[in-house]
Write a protein that binds this ligand. Structure first.
Ligand code: HEC
Length: 134
């Protein structure tokens, strides 16, 4: 019985782990598969598919630098999700919302509100934080 309770407690704690500690490697796997064709494996915007576009994909290693040193989590996730769809030049980028179905995690993107957010989306965004300035 005690073991079962400890296990339950563990599950509860695991569910409360903040988004920042999700596994960055799975974000990397998704990145290499979904984003690298355009943004390049390094994220610098030099993927083979990206070179064929009318507008060069953004250098994703410079996001923080372009935002006064702060990584704009909500902005980045909305770009990946596809909220900006239709506005040039991000319109050239696919809308990834349909791929992001599945488990959600609670994330505070700076407004103090914990919002359920697709875990894959958070992991890709977290991965992008690890390549800033590289
Ligand atoms: C078909 C090519 C393509 C693919 C695939 C693609 N992107 Fe993009 N992405 C673009 C283009 C083009 C832009 C717009 C560049 C600009 O704003 O100057 C862009 C812009 C962005 C931006 C905004 C950058 C900024 O500083 O404003 C982010 C963040 C981004 N992409 C992340 C991703 C992620 C993460 C993935 C994979 C899930 C991805 N992109 C897949 C082409 C692509």
């Amino acid at each position: 019985m005690l073991a079962a309770r400890v296990f339950l407690l563990f599950l509860l704690l695991a569910a409360c782990v903040p988004a920042a500690s999700t596994d960055p490697t799975s974000g990397k796997t998704d990145f290499n598969e979904l984003c690298a064709p355009c943004h390049g494996v390094t994220g610098k915007g030099d993927g083979e598919l990206g070179k064929t576009l009318a507008h060069r994909p953004a250098d994703l290693t410079g996001i923080s630098a372009r935002h006064n040193g702060d990584f704009p989590m909500a902005y980045v996730m909305s770009k990946i999700w596809g909220y900006e769809m239709g506005k040039a030049p991000t319109a050239l980028m696919p809308k990834f919302a349909p791929l992001m179905e599945g488990p959600t995690v609670l994330v505070d993107t700076g407004d103090g509100i914990q919002t359920p957010t697709p875990q894959r989306l958070v992991e890709i965004a977290n991965y992008l934080t690890t390549i800033q300035g590289k």
